[in-house]
Design a binder for this molecule. Structure first.
Ligand SMILES: [Zn+2]
Length: 127
């Protein structure tokens, strides 16, 4: 059984997570700003037209950012488990996850063995 993370390692991984979260939030904010509907003159556009445009914008926005939102949710879960003290423990086998793996993929919840096992069993479903 590999040793659990030292507090210095946890601090390092936490800052990795926070940096990644910051970057994603920034990108998310940008793509939402890009997709923001242009200012419409309420007098010249009907209520229906307004609603239709709002719906379109919302659909495009959510398609582009669903993946980013999911990534942010995973980062938040990882940060919560650092606070709880069970970060870096494989959800499948309860063994500590190697520090090198966490550094490469700090949001991961599974060790290499369980992850590759899972991918072998479900070759269609990645991620
Ligand atoms: Zn495992």
């Amino acid at each position: 059984m590999p040793p659990a993370l030292t507090s210095a390692q946890q601090v390092e991984l936490k800052s990795l997570l926070l940096a990644r979260r910051h970057e994603l939030t920034r990108q998310l904010g940008q793509s939402q700003a890009d997709l923001a509907p242009p200012e419409v003159n309420a007098g010249s556009v009907s209520q229906d037209e307004n609603r239709r445009m709002a719906n379109q914008t919302r659909e495009i926005g959510s398609a582009l950012t669903a993946r980013d939102r999911e990534a942010i949710a995973r980062i938040d879960r990882a940060l919560e488990s650092i606070t709880r003290g069970d970060y870096g423990i494989c959800k499948a086998c309860n063994e500590p996850i190697a520090f090198e793996r966490l550094k490469a993929e700090p949001m991961t919840e599974h060790c290499v063995a369980c992850k590759s096992d899972w991918e072998k069993k479900r070759p269609q479903a990645r991620g």
